[in-house]
Write a protein that binds this ligand. Structure first.
Ligand code: FAD
Length: 519
């Protein structure tokens, strides 16, 4: 009976055999279906089974003699909602294929999850004659899928709960995955992606430390302490960063053959700002002491230099008077002799004075982060800035390239400029008191602008202020050596300082330093 119905279906669909290659015998199809690994059944239009293959028996436990003549509903676990089957039948009755997952029951009563597809077999007139059902047991696949999903959810919740910033970056430093702490950092800094900035800082620190960095297997870098200068002059933040490589096997067909995959970098950053703040405090205090010492020595040096400079003039005059007297009255004239002795004694004293001028200490050249250095100088000047009621507008470029230079010398250069700016604004008539410090990377160098809202320097004085012992300040205590020394330090670094042409108000000093010109 079942075979007859199948025969009827085949006869009413002659096109199928017409399309067969003459080299393929129709029996090949029967063998193929028989040996297929999928549970295959063919039913009539009511779902009554006409044929099942051996795989059907393996999956369901029903032999072909037990299944044939029964309805496919023998597999129903009676747990799927009625509407589910209604929509299945509506679709296949219209001659459309249906596919989905459902819970089936084997002959022995055990349940399994089936992935089922039903294809209506239609004749030339579009009339449904039979249904072809194919299904496989996907219980294990589903279990693994759930396991992966659960593990993913678990990992995500652990990663989210971690009190460290975690971001997965692709090879272009684009963030493909992040955690809650990372999102908080984004909000705090008010920037779209802090991760590329952290990576730039890590790379700069790795470059500086080539060969010295701690490399631990599995990590590309470990516990790299980097500093972020958030835009808008906010307080700098410190992070200890570690990174490791993560490889993802691509799921594409090409990748399956070629073993392709994508590399990611797992960046883990722990904020250590408060710890660094304490260390910084101690460091700035030590720096203040060192700089105060250096200031004392340098003002001694400058005072002695100024004294010798001023003494040289009268002494030279006396020497020429001695010459004149000797020519007029002869070299043995007692007056000439006494004066010549006085000049010689004066010159000896001057030489002694010169030899007492403390020499400049040689400083080792090293990598300098100019933002850090400027911040140091501002920190050192905080007391004076506050006392003078000056507000600071600090605009560092977020990531500045590293400069090779002498940090102490550069620090005194900027200290001199900031001291000048404070002094210029700390005068009676100066109401608006704002100090602007800007750092910017320029082609092959770094530009720093120090601008104040003081009275400014008039055009004629703008070059003169760089001459030694020239001062625009009235009253004692000013030797006029600050700017010339600063200019000298800039020159030693291959750079220069210039005072920009008079602006509406105040003074704008521009310092340009090349990146790796060794002093
Ligand atoms: P049933 O009373 O058999 O059917 C439930 C609802 O389905 C009915 O209310 C009705 O709306 C609709 N329906 C049933 N028969 C028809 C029909 N002839 N024409 C229009 N609507 C109809 N079910 C499984 O549970 N597991 C399987 O693996 C499975 N494989 C199938 C393979 C094929 C090729 C076909 C055609 C059907 C298959 N079915 C399968 C569906 C099965 O025939 C039953 O519909 C289903 O098992 C529900 O059975 P039931 O006894 O709970 O309800």
């Amino acid at each position: 009976m079942a075979n007859e119905q199948l025969k009827t279906a085949a006869e009413s669909e002659p096109q199928i055999t017409e399309k067969l290659s003459p080299s393929i015998h129709p029996q090949v199809f029967q063998h193929t279906v028989n040996q297929a690994d999928m549970a295959i059944s063919i039913t009539d239009v009511r779902g009554n089974i006409l044929y099942v293959n051996p795989a059907f028996t393996r999956v369901t436990g029903y032999g072909s003699d037990e299944a044939i003549g029964k309805n496919q509903s023998i597999l129903s676990n009676q747990s799927m909602p009625r509407a589910f089957y209604q929509s299945l039948w509506q679709q296949i009755s219209r001659g459309e294929p249906w596919g989905g997952r459902l819970v089936n029951r084997r002959k022995d009563g055990s349940k399994y999850l089936a992935e089922l597809s039903i294809s209506p077999v239609v004749n030339g007139a579009g009339e449904v004659l039979n249904y072809l059902g194919m299904h496989r047991d996907i219980t294990e696949v589903q279990r693994l899928e759930y396991q992966v999903r659960n593990q993913k959810a678990l990992i995500e919740s652990v990663v989210d709960a971690a009190p460290v910033v975690i971001a997965l970056l692709d090879i272009d430093d684009r963030v493909v995955l992040d955690n809650h702490a990372y999102k908080m950092l984004q909000a705090d800094l008010g920037m779209a992606e802090p991760a590329p900035m952290l990576m730039t800082a890590v790379r700069a620190s790795l470059e500086l430390d080539t060969g010295r960095g701690r490399r631990t297997s599995g990590y590309l870098f470990l516990d790299r302490e980097v500093r972020l200068d958030p835009p808008g002059g906010k307080q700098p933040r410190w992070f200890s960063c570690s990174g490791s490589r993560v490889r993802e096997d691509a799921g594409t067909a090409e990748a399956f053959l070629a073993g392709q995959g994508r590399d990611y970098l797992l960046l883990v950053a722990k904020e250590i700002t408060s710890l660094r703040a304490q260390q910084e405090k101690a460091r700035v205090a030590a720096l203040r002491a060192v700089m105060a010492d250096e200031d004392r020595v340098s003002s001694l040096r400058e005072s002695l230099a100024a004294a010798t400079f001023r003494l040289e003039g009268p002494l030279n005059m006396m020497a020429s008077v001695v010459g004149m007297l000797a020519r007029r009255k002869g070299e043995t004239d007692p007056m000439s002799v006494a004066l010549a002795d006085a000049v010689t004694a004066g010159q000896k004293a001057l030489d002694e004075l010169r030899s007492m001028i403390p020499g400049k200490t040689r400083e080792a050249i090293g990598p300098v982060n100019l933002n850090e250095l400027l911040r140091d100088v501002l920190d050192l000047s905080t007391g004076r800035l506050l006392a003078a009621g000056i507000t600071v507008n600090w605009k560092p470029q977020a990531m500045l390239p590293t400069l090779k230079g002498a940090p102490n010398k550069l620090r005194s250069l900027f200290k001199a400029l900031i001291d000048n700016a404070i002094e210029a604004m700390n005068t009676r008539g100066c109401r608006e008191r704002e100090l602007t410090v800007v750092s910017k990377a320029r082609l092959g160098g770094i530009e720093v602008i120090i601008a104040d809202t003081g009275p400014g320097i008039v055009g004629t004085q703008q070059l003169k202020v760089f001459e030694p012992f020239h001062t625009t300040k009235r009253g004692g205590g000013h030797l006029g050596t600050g700017l010339p020394s600063a200019q000298q330090v800039a020159a030693e670094h291959g750079g220069f300082i210039e005072i920009e042409p008079a602006t509406a108000r105040g003074c704008r000093v521009r310092v340009l330093l090349p990146l790796d010109r060794r002093p």
